[in-house]
Design a binder for this molecule. Structure first.
Ligand code: FAD
Length: 313
């Protein structure tokens, strides 16, 4: 660690703080080192003050969602890691603006639980998120999605807490959502308002089942991974080619570096041992795949998974 994170940053705030916190159990990979301090604010005012102080003192701030698209390096990360897991940041408010089709989901809310509840209420529009482990904040940041659409399809507006502690609301018209990318500015996504459609529980559940079954049939959902490691690259003619296919065609399925290997089920998934795995093995395997895919196809793969820490960033 190079940056000291004094407790005076947060001691007087409404937060739960864990110094030297293990991040591995909070990620889907289950690997990586510690954060200087892991902070769960209990309200927006405390989070806002914390952001302001970190900004003032130039303390690095990272925000952790459900850790499903994240690789934390073995030596951990400097500064503050924020986790929106207090009730205030996990709530979902239905009937926004007096309309049954509009809801506000806070950044720490679990997408899986939300879509289950939406099915119960017969509200359609987020079924494309079936089988995508995420918090609402993480899903918005990544514009998570797949074959059936992405979360951005249903966005009405988002509220971002900026580094100086102020909030700014962005309406749909000023936002763009592209393949695994959005122009939502840097900062902490506090909430999103989603525009849904009235449907029936039966219909929504049927779609959820179809989409989930598709994912289960094509991806190694039970492995320790972060989903797809690379984005599907854009070709000169404007089409995207499957990164998994490129990896497969380069003969890399099953390729292993130490505790990490390319899934034999899906070439774009890097799986790791359930115990004793190292982030450095994943990072080395990513390098190896990138080099070999370039040698085989002349295409440079771009990572989708976010890497935290100086050893691997
Ligand atoms: C088995 C498996 C299957 C997957 N399948 C898919 C898939 O089909 N499609 C797909 O798109 N993804 C998939 N993923 C990847 C992952 O589910 C998504 O990227 C998801 O959006 C990550 O959300 P998260 O809350 O876990 O974010 P994290 O992994 O915790 O964080 C990801 C990024 O979002 C940022 N972030 C998190 N919360 C906030 C916030 N409140 N404000 C601002 N930034 C924030 C983090 O700082 C980080 O940069 C899969 C992952 C796994 C493990």
């Amino acid at each position: 660690m190079t940056v000291a994170t004094p407790s005076s940053l947060y001691a007087d705030l409404q937060v739960d703080a864990i110094p030297d916190a293990q991040l591995a159990p909070l990620t889907w990979y289950g690997i990586g080192g510690k954060a200087d301090v892991l902070i769960s604010p209990r309200d927006v005012a405390s989070l806002s003050m914390l952001m302001r102080r970190c900004h003032r003192d130039q303390i690095p701030v990272r925000v952790l969602g459900s850790g499903a698209n994240l690789l934390v390096c073995d030596s951990g990360v400097d500064g503050v890691v924020i986790r929106l897991n207090a009730p205030a940041f996990k709530s979902v408010e239905y009937n926004q603006y007096g309309r049954v089709e509009a809801l506000r989901a806070w950044g720490g809310a679990a997408t899986e639980q939300l879509i289950t509840e939406l099915a119960r209420r017969g509200l359609a529009g987020l079924e494309q998120m079936a089988g995508i482990p995420s918090s609402i904040g993480g899903a918005l940041r990544m514009n998570a999605g797949g074959k059936f659409g992405s979360i951005g399809d249903a966005v009405h507006s988002v509220n971002v807490l900026q580094h100086d502690g102020s909030e700014r609301i962005y309406l749909r018209e000023s936002l763009s959502f592209d393949y695994r990318h959005t122009n939502i500015p840097e900062g902490i996504i506090l909430w999103g308002v989603f525009e849904l459609k009235e449907s029936t529980t039966l219909e929504v559940r049927a779609r959820l089942k179809e989409y989930f079954n598709y994912k289960r049939a094509t991806q190694p959902m039970a492995d320790s991974s972060s989903g797809c490691m690379f984005k599907n690259p854009l070709l000169h003619d404007g089409t995207r080619v499957s990164a998994g296919k490129l990896i497969d065609m380069a003969g890399l399925k099953g390729l292993r570096v130490g505790s990490a290997w390319v899934s034999p089920v899906h070439g774009n998934f890097i799986s790791v041992e359930k115990t004793g795995a190292r982030a450095s093995d994943v990072a080395a395997l990513v390098e190896e795949i990138t080099t070999r895919v370039f040698d085989a196809h002349g295409i440079t793969l771009e990572r989708e998974v976010v890497f935290w820490g100086t050893d691997i960033e």
